[in-house]
Design a protein around this ligand. Structure first.
Ligand code: FES
Length: 95
């Protein structure tokens, strides 16, 4: 899917997936990888990779926890959908 080294600590990257889909892969702490559907649960805008310890949506300002995807600030009322990934050597794989 992508290499672990391409995901900055404290931030993340948008990864292109088959079929025009994208995945937001983040590394909130060194060695801790998470992946989310980057579509904001509010009305579907693409969220930004984490900055300053938070994932934000540029459209209306919702904020999400980069480790769990949980909502920290609305208007979104639900969190980002997490996608299971695993680390295999230097590669991150969908699990
Ligand atoms: S679409 Fe993300 S806050 Fe509205």
């Amino acid at each position: 899917m992508t290499s672990a080294a391409s995901v900055p600590v404290g931030s993340g990257v948008l990864v292109d997936m088959p079929g025009n889909a994208q995945l937001l892969v983040v590394q909130p702490q060194s060695g801790e990888f998470r992946a989310f559907n980057p579509a904001c649960p509010h009305v579907g805008s693409l969220v930004n990779p984490p900055a300053g310890g938070v994932i934000t949506c540029p459209l209306h300002g919702s904020a999400f926890d980069p480790s769990s995807g949980a909502v920290r600030k609305g208007p979104a009322t639900s969190g980002l959908t997490q996608v299971a990934i695993s680390v295999s050597g230097q590669d991150l794989l969908l699990s």
